[in-house]
Ligand binder design. Structure first.
Ligand SMILES: *[C@@H]1O[C@H](CO)[C@@H](O)[C@H](O)[C@H]1NC(C)=O
Ligand SMILES: *[C@@H]1O[C@H](CO)[C@@H](O)[C@H](O)[C@H]1NC(C)=O
Ligand SMILES: *[C@@H]1O[C@H](CO)[C@@H](O)[C@H](O)[C@H]1NC(C)=O
Ligand SMILES: *[C@@H]1O[C@H](CO)[C@@H](O)[C@H](O)[C@H]1NC(C)=O
Ligand SMILES: *[C@@H]1O[C@H](CO)[C@@H](O)[C@H](O)[C@H]1NC(C)=O
Length: 368
């Protein structure tokens, strides 16, 4: 069984590289927002290391901007997929100045001042670079354009991880964030359940194999295999039940599913990024990417990668966690809460089926 899982992963990832399934382009963020009565603005953000990221904004009258950062394999689209009930539209309707960032690699982050996404060097990044380069560039642009001195931030999953990287490695940014609202926070990943646990156990081998096959990116083409197959009406719920729930925690109420989900999810990230998260889990340490002793010495000048100093993160953080979340488990988030110096709020959502993705794609709790 385990071997079949492993084999399927390799086959899917490998075929991705060669099959560019043709499909109509789904509506982009701006077009989605327009469907719900809001005109979005688009900006380009250039990171210190040359990536060009699309930043969206639904302009509102309130003074302090609010920045929404998506999770792994995801994009700004995620915040509008529930239409009028989604977080971005809800905030916009309340007249917040809503900004939606994108990390390098995803469908809105595939440009660079000289690197081509077909060049493997483009994919040499993990959540470390999202936190160290993508976030500062995004934040600085927002503060520059709005002339605000601080912003509020809301992150989901990896969209919270990158703030811990930022706050611990670039201390001055703590002062630019009024509060981070962390939804399904991801930092420590020690307490995992199968099948994710199994995938993590196999990850060194999968990473090695992917490298041998020269696979650096996953879910890259605009309409990739998963997008195309899982968009089909009946298959849609089979995909949710068999690929998403086993990883995120089961919530069958959600099977009143989002028909357009697979037009937008998943979108690309680097294989190295997935492996970095896996390292955090099996090495039981929230640290920079581990290349092995010899390469670590070359890259970092030390045999081991540096551990992120969470006690340096002085920004205010509000943690929100789901009881049924199999990634940001209560135990994992409890470890994070203990390590952060400035947690102002910790809330377990009062809904027994609250899983990892309900924070962005779930139905309003009153009806679920
Ligand atoms: C989204 O679509 C609009 C209208 O079709 C277009 O003007 C805009 O450039 C697109 N944005 C992106 C990021 O593709
Ligand atoms: C969403 O809200 C807008 C503005 O309030 C309204 O015009 C539109 O009909 C709503 N759409 C849906 C699908 O409910
Ligand atoms: C990838 O980009 C680097 C840096 O610009 C360049 O040196 C290298 O030749 C490129 N590789 C390919 C295969 O184009
Ligand atoms: C920007 O904000 C500063 C104070 O933070 C203020 O002195 C300045 O006038 C503002 N500039 C504009 C163009 O609003
Ligand atoms: C998720 O975690 C819970 C609690 O540890 C466990 O009972 C369940 O089997 C796990 N897997 C799924 C798919 O929910």
């Amino acid at each position: 069984m385990k071997h079949i899982v492993l084999l399927s992963i390799i086959v899917i990832v490998y075929s991705e590289k060669y099959i560019n399934i043709l499909g109509d382009n789904p509506p982009n963020f701006t077009e989605l927002a327009a469907n719900y009565g809001h005109q979005a603005l688009e900006y380009d953000v250039i990171t210190e290391d040359g990536y060009i990221l699309r930043l969206f904004r639904i302009k509102g009258e309130r003074e302090m901007p609010v920045l929404l950062m998506h999770g792994i394999l995801d994009s700004a689209d995620t915040w509008v997929l529930r239409g009028n009930e989604s977080l971005a539209i809800t905030l916009a309707n309340k007249d917040y100045d809503v900004w939606l960032g994108n990390c390098r690699g995803n469908k809105y982050g595939r440009r660079h001042i000289y690197l081509d996404p077909d060049n493997n060097t483009f994919w040499d990044y993990t959540f470390h670079e999202h936190g160290y380069y993508d976030l500062p560039a995004t934040i600085d642009n927002i503060l520059f354009i709005t002339n605000a001195s601080k912003l509020n931030a809301i992150g989901h999953s990896q969209g919270t991880t990158i703030f811990y990287v930022l706050g611990s490695t670039r201390h001055e940014y703590n002062n630019k964030i009024n509060v981070l609202i962390a939804l399904a926070p991801v930092c420590f990943l020690e307490n995992m359940e199968p099948p994710l646990k199994t995938m993590i156990q196999y990850s060194p081998m999968i990473y090695l194999t992917a490298n041998m096959l020269d696979i650096k990116e996953i879910f890259g083409t605009n309409q990739n295999v998963i997008n195309t197959i899982c968009q089909q009406p009946i298959i849609n719920s089979i995909c949710v039940t068999n690929t998403i729930f086993p990883i995120t925690g089961e919530d069958s109420d959600e099977l009143e599913d989002i028909p357009i989900l697979y037009e937008h999810f998943p979108t690309a990230t680097s294989v190295k990024n997935l492996y970095h998260f896996s390292q955090v889990s099996y090495k039981r340490q929230f640290a920079n990417f581990d290349y092995g002793v010899k390469l670590n010495l070359d890259k970092y000048g030390s045999p081991t990668p540096s551990v992120y100093q969470l006690d340096k993160i002085t920004m205010k953080i509000s943690l929100f966690v789901g009881i049924n979340d199999n990634i940001s488990t209560l135990d994992n988030v409890a470890m994070l809460k203990q390590s952060l110096p400035n947690v102002i709020n910790y809330m377990i959502i009062p809904h027994t089926k609250m899983n990892h993705i309900d924070f962005v794609w779930g139905l309003p709790i009153s009806t679920a």
